[in-house]
Design a protein around this ligand. Structure first.
Ligand SMILES: Nc1ncnc2c1ncn2[C@@H]1O[C@H](COP(=O)(O)OP(=O)(O)O)[C@@H](O)[C@H]1O
Ligand code: SF4
Ligand SMILES: [Mg+2]
Length: 323
């Protein structure tokens, strides 16, 4: 039986927006607006959607880099959504993050050895020799070697820097890693290498990943299941191949069509919608279905009533009135 490592229940993250006048109403940007999903232990859950749809905010709420506006984040069944910093300490060790831009996230004045051993210092793990040994071991795990120890981040290529970022995230043996677009900034030729390495490390270390990307082609290979976000909402969830071969939501279809040549056929024979127009402002989202301003199937009902996620086949959930 599968074992949920993380379960997100009705998560909301609203950012307050500056009022235009003292008398103006308080306004909130609903970056994440009532989403629920789970990640099994050892699983990779892919989160996709156009820039600004709330992927990073979701990830940052889960690892509690952000306070949560409302909802629950269960880590092995314990709700960590409202825990104070002092109470979060045991969870901080178990959850790590890999960012899109390793250069921005690695302190340029530290050597590779310092960078990778920093988390070990924070948690006072190991003697000086043990730490050095651990850094060697981690460098090898990510395809670098001990001759890289005394060098600085600027001496490495983008792909190598991401490897250093990964070694650093792994140093304290986490259980869960938020991978926030870790390959989006890398050359296409390097992307597959890093994805393959993350997969090997997952198997070897029993890791669980939340893997964020803005296009579906990047997450297909690594993800067991995929969630598609649009304007702060999760609009489709399913097993990776199912989302890829039978995308149900018009937005998922359009997102997929934008990265595929030739476009896949819809199972019900209708032509695929292409992605046109811009995402509406999250400060003023449509009332009903959030995708209504760009959807060619939209009806009056779509403008008035927000569709809820509904299971259309085993484990495949879609929020659209067509279903
Ligand atoms: N710290 C913040 N303060 C205010 N608004 C934010 C903050 N972080 C993100 N946002 C807004 O929340 C929305 C979702 O952002 P984000 O989660 O970064 O999207 P994604 O990662 O999908 O590109 C965007 O409209 C963004 O401008
Ligand atoms: S609910 Fe309506 S507007 Fe929204 S995706 Fe479905 S058909 Fe399109
Ligand atoms: Mg992001």
């Amino acid at each position: 039986m599968s074992n949920k490592l993380i379960e997100v229940k009705n998560l909301k993250k609203y950012f307050p927006v500056k009022k235009s006048s003292i008398l103006g109403k308080s306004q909130y940007l609903k970056a994440v607006d009532d989403i629920s999903f789970y990640i099994d232990e050892g699983e990779t859950f892919g989160l996709v959607g156009e820039s600004g749809c709330g992927k990073s905010t979701t990830g940052r709420c889960i690892i509690r880099l952000f306070d949560v506006t409302e909802g629950e984040i269960l880590y092995r069944g314990e709700d960590i959504a409202k825990l104070k910093e002092s109470e979060l300490k045991p969870y901080r060790r178990k959850m790590q993050v890999i960012f899109q831009d390793p250069y921005a996230s690695l302190n340029p004045t530290l050597t590779v050895e310092d960078l990778i051993s920093e988390p070990l210092n924070v948690y006072s793990i190991g003697s000086k020799e043990e730490k050095k040994e651990r850094v060697f071991e981690l460098l090898e795990k990510v395809g670098l070697n001990k001759h890289h120890m005394d060098r600085y981040p600027h001496e490495f290529s983008g792909g190598q820097r991401q490897r250093i970022g990964i070694a650093r995230a792994l140093s304290i043996n986490p259980e869960f890693i938020l991978c926030d677009e870790p390959i989006s900034a890398l050359d296409v030729s390097i992307q597959a290498q890093v994805v393959n390495m993350l997969e090997d490390l997952q198997e070897e270390m029993g890791l669980t990943y939340l893997f964020i990307a803005h296009d579906l082609s990047m997450v297909r290979h690594i993800s067991h299941r995929i969630g598609v976000m649009y304007l702060g909402k999760l609009i489709e969830i399913g097993i990776s191949d199912e989302i890829y071969n039978h995308p149900a939501h018009p937005y998922t279809q359009a997102l997929l069509a934008s990265v595929l040549e030739p476009a896949p056929k819809r199972t019900n024979g209708k032509s695929i919608q292409v992605l046109e127009g811009d995402v509406p402002s999250p400060l003023n989202p449509p009332l009903g279905c959030k995708f209504v301003t760009r959807c060619k199937y939209a009806t009056k009902r779509c403008y008035e009533i927000e569709p809820q996620l509904k299971e259309i086949s085993s484990g495949h959930m879609v929020a659209c009135h067509l279903f």
